[in-house]
Design a protein around this ligand. Sequence first.
Ligand code: E4P
Length: 217
Amino acid sequence: MKFFVDTADTAEIRDLAETGLLDGVTTNPSLVHKAGRDFLEVVKEICGIVPGPVSAEVVALDHESMMREAEVLRKIADNIAVKVPLTVDGLKTCRKLTADGTMVNVTLCFSANQALLAAKAGATFVSPFVGRHDDVGYPGMELIADIRLIYDNYDFPTEILVASVRSPIHVHDAAKIGADVMTAPPAVIRQLFKHPLTDNGLKAFLADWEKTGQKIG
Ligand code: E4P
């Protein structure tokens, strides 16, 4: 499963990229607002940090205006994935952009039928939001399992990008289902490395090593 980080904070992205485990980045208008920086400038910087797909979202609602914004975004770098909402105009834009060889991430997906439409529109990625589903009392992971089944039934190449990830449990469940990608906030990615038994075990090993009085090299 590919790991994308869901942030527009370039310091966080640089830090996580150093682990060598980061495959891409997702941003959205709310994350850009939080970063407090010029959108095009920050996206360009991110594209230079991570060679994998960097999602940058259009904000227009009609197809023609989306295409105009996408033109600006896709010129930023070769690793831009234009993010479009799961609407009729968004999917029209998706079809046009992917036919031209541009990566497209169809976002705000909340049903398996919407994911089916995104795949038929040639989306590179579809982003079902699990956390927001959980928030309203619907088990978000069931949606991921349904989409996996449907995409496998028809060999759709669209990658399932599990979004709105809120905890390591989401990551674990998404991997068991066979999602292609997950995008999570930096704090959740950092939590994945952690286990109290790892910390305790390391402490005990180092204490015993100290008693041997030896050194390596
Ligand atoms: C990613 O592409 C989404 O925009 C993001 O994961 C949404 O997460 P949230 O529901 O925590 O805002």
